[in-house]
Structure formats: C-alpha cells, structure tokens
Design a protein around this ligand. Structure first.
Ligand SMILES: *Cc1c(COP(=O)(O)O)cnc(C)c1O
Length: 407
C-alpha cells in the first residue's frame, strides 16, 4: 500500500482507489451481496484464488477502503472494521484467547471492556487480573505461566493515566506475550502503538475517527497474520460487521482528523489551564499539564495530549451532579471525539459497571467529572465552564466547607 509522508495527507488519500467513472469521493457500495461473473469465478473467490467481494459480512469495497486507510495510519499490515468499538475489543481478545488462558488487563479500562473481561471471558474459561500498568513490578508479578495477553488503554479514562508502551512491550516480549492497545483516546495522529512494538491496536471509531457523533464503529489493526483470523473467523462467525454506509461516513470524517485532533488538543489544554487555576477545582487530570505524571511521555509517545480531561471538584457526588447540570454549551452525554463538547459523570455513567471498590481502586472519585472538549471556539467553552462554577459557588455548593472531607 502506498504510504504518504504525512498523516495529514493519508487521512484524506490513504488506500483510495479511484473507481470508474472517477468519482472524487469514495463510492458507497450499499449492497449485501456481490454478483459473480460466472460460477467458476465465484468458486475462485471462495477459494481465495481471485480477489473480489463475495458478501458484505466478509468484506465490502467501501469498508475495505476504511480498513486500508486505518492500516496505513497505524503503520499496520492490515485492519479489520467492526460494527462497534466493543466488536473490535471482543474480536481482538477472542482472536488471541482460548479456554485455559489468562490475561492481564490495566485498571480503569473502558467500562464495557472491563465487563467483557470480568463477566464474559470467564464463561469461556479465560481468567484475568487487573493491575496498574504504571507499576511494572506489579505487572510482572501478575503474569502466570498461562498468561497470553497484556491489554491496556493509554491514556486510560477518566484520570488519563499514561502507560509507558516501550517499557510494557519490553516486558511482554521477554515473557512472550501479545500486547493489545485500545488507542481510541489518541487516534494514530497522536500516538502509534505499533511503532513502539505493540502487536495489536484497536479503536472505537465511534469517537475521533468518525468525529461527528453519528456512527457506532470499531477497527482492529495488526499484522496480516494476526488479522486473517480476526477477519475470516471472528468477524465472519460472530458477525459484528460494520455497515458500508457507516464506513463511508467514517471515511468522510477521517479527512479532517488531523485538523480536528489539533483543535481538540489545543482547546483541552486551554481548559485544563483554566480549571487548574479555579479554587473550586481540587484536581485536573490532563497529560498536557506538567503536574500530570503522564506528562513525561508527551513528545516521546504522544504527540499531543488529546481532547479528554477530568476534573475533581471540592465536594462529593452531589457537587459533581450540580456542576454537570449547570453547564449549557457542554451536552451531558457519554462519548468523546465529537465536534460538540460533552460532559459526563463517571461514577454514575461510564464507570457504573464497576463495583464501588473497583472504582476506588481505579482512582475514580464521586466528584470526578469528565470533559470531552469539542471544536467550538475556546472563549465560548471557557465562558460556559466559568458560569457553571460561578452558579455552583453562589449556591455555596462547591466551596470547601470547614471539616468537609475532600474526596
Ligand atoms: C467508546 C469506547 C469503546 C467502545 O466503543 P463502542 O464504539 O461504543 O462500542 C471502547 N474503548 C474506549 C476507550 C472507548 O472510549
């Protein structure tokens, strides 16, 4: 596949084959099945002797272009699209794990990924442990003779802890383990895990890759050898297929990914600096801030810190709820990567599948609020945050009270 020197070009042209009659945009093949010219050539396609589409669950020319573009952007040999990020998460894990295997997962993973690992995989005889991947000794201690996979996100939602991919890959290689990284929060524009030696990288394409809040999708990227069973066993037989129309929308969204990631990161950086200076804010979690432990990997592993940050208010659960309800420009919604700024409350929303003990272990306090900073003008974003904090202060809700426990 032709690679482009710059990813900002690849997001627009990567993997595009201009079909007759020369349409500029990728044609949308909204077709469930494909007609073979004759019986022999139909047989040849089934035998893999001739390339060409058979049936959209196995492959589709529009979806193929999305897969080629993602493989180029991640520096992978191949990519397989899924009907959701969870299809990609479960597909990548199921392709690597069998009954009797064990995996080590990072703490604080996306709620449904955590549920898949702790509630679904045990039903198929796969066990797991959750550890803090920043503690390499704890990670090594969790590895058993039957451990096959290390699974992580970095930065990990919602406190944005950043894990050192080089150090984790070194350990994984020494132990003969497969590393899988969920790169949803960064996109290949800000971080390319395969370049650090990670084996498989996956995304919820619902978020930044599509970027317009109108599609649910996922994608898994890796070597041709690893992607073959993901495509022709896992996706084919479990069936979490991406619709060609959704692939077409993502291809359209991808064209502005480079511009969008820059704006998301700039806006989030300004929001982080603003919030850090507010007396009602106890803590801001954003790797772009020098105060964040992940800051040291900025530049080496991440090109910018992305659009998501979390803050903790002085107070508890009710304070966070009041603050969220005061915001006007920010919509209360559990996603990220959209043009619109979004806000959510992890303890009652994304991380509610966790037990309170697991939440505490993952450092998710009741007063934590997550912001997915959008593409609006920064002055409007800051004005909204300012008015919400002011309204809370007027109500006397967020000022730390004497003797009140800071959570
Ligand atoms: C949203 C998300 C997922 C799940 O993706 P869906 O497209 O909603 O299925 C997985 N991982 C991360 C980090 C996410 O943010």
């Amino acid at each position: 596949m032709a690679a482009f020197k710059h990813q900002g070009t690849c997001v627009i042209h990567g993997g595009h084959h201009r079909a007759e009659p020369g349409s500029l945009a990728t044609p949308l093949y909204q077709s469930a099945t494909f007609v073979f010219p004759d019986c022999e050539r139909g047989g040849a396609r089934f035998a893999g002797e001739e390339s060409g589409p058979i049936y959209t669950r196995l492959g589709n020319p529009t979806t193929d272009e999305f897969e080629r573009r993602m493989a180029l952007l991640e520096g992978a040999e191949d990519a397989v699209a899924f009907g959701s990020g969870m299809g990609a998460v479960s597909g990548a894990l199921l392709s690597q794990l069998s009954a009797g295997d064990h995996l080590v997962a990072a703490i604080g993973l996306y709620g449904c990924t955590h549920a898949f690992i702790t509630e679904q995989l045990p039903r198929f005889g796969v066990e797991s442990d959750s550890v803090d991947f920043a503690d390499l000794d704890a990670l090594e201690a969790a590895i058993r003779p039957n451990t096959k996979v290390l699974y992580l996100e970095t930065p990990v939602n919602p406190h944005l802890a950043v894990y050192d991919l080089d150090a984790i890959v070194t350990l994984a290689r020494r132990k003969g383990l497969v590393t899988i990284v969920d790169n949803t929060f960064m996109t290949p524009l800000l971080q390319q895990p395969l370049r650090h030696g990670v084996d498989i990288v996956l995304h919820s394409a619902t978020k930044y890759l599509n970027g317009h809040g109108d599609v649910i999708a996922g994608v898994v990227c890796g070597s041709a050898e690893q992607m073959a069973p993901v495509r022709m066993a896992i996706r084919k037989d479990f069936g979490a297929v991406l619709s060609p129309h959704d692939a077409w929308l993502i291809l359209r969204g991808l064209k502005t990914l480079a511009l969008r990631m820059e704006r998301h990161s700039d806006n989030a950086m300004a929001v982080a600096h603003f919030l850090e200076a507010q007396p009602q804010v106890a803590r801001v979690h954003y790797p772009g801030l020098p105060s964040h432990p992940g800051h040291r990997l900025l530049g080496r592993q991440m090109r910018a810190a992305g659009g998501v940050l979390a803050l903790e208010l002085h107070g508890g659960f009710d304070t966070a709820v009041r603050f969220v309800n005061q915001l006007r420009l920010f919509s209360i919604a559990v996603s990220l990567g959209d043009a619109e700024s979004l806000v959510q409350h992890p303890a009652s929303m994304t991380h509610s599948p966790y037990t309170p003990e697991d939440r505490a272990a993952a450092g998710i306090s009741d007063s934590m609020v997550r912001l997915a900073v959008g593409l609006e003008h920064i002055e409007d974003i800051l004005a909204d945050l300012k008015q919400a904090l002011a309204a809370c202060a007027e109500a006397g809700e967020t000022a730390p009270l004497a003797g009140e426990e800071q959570q």
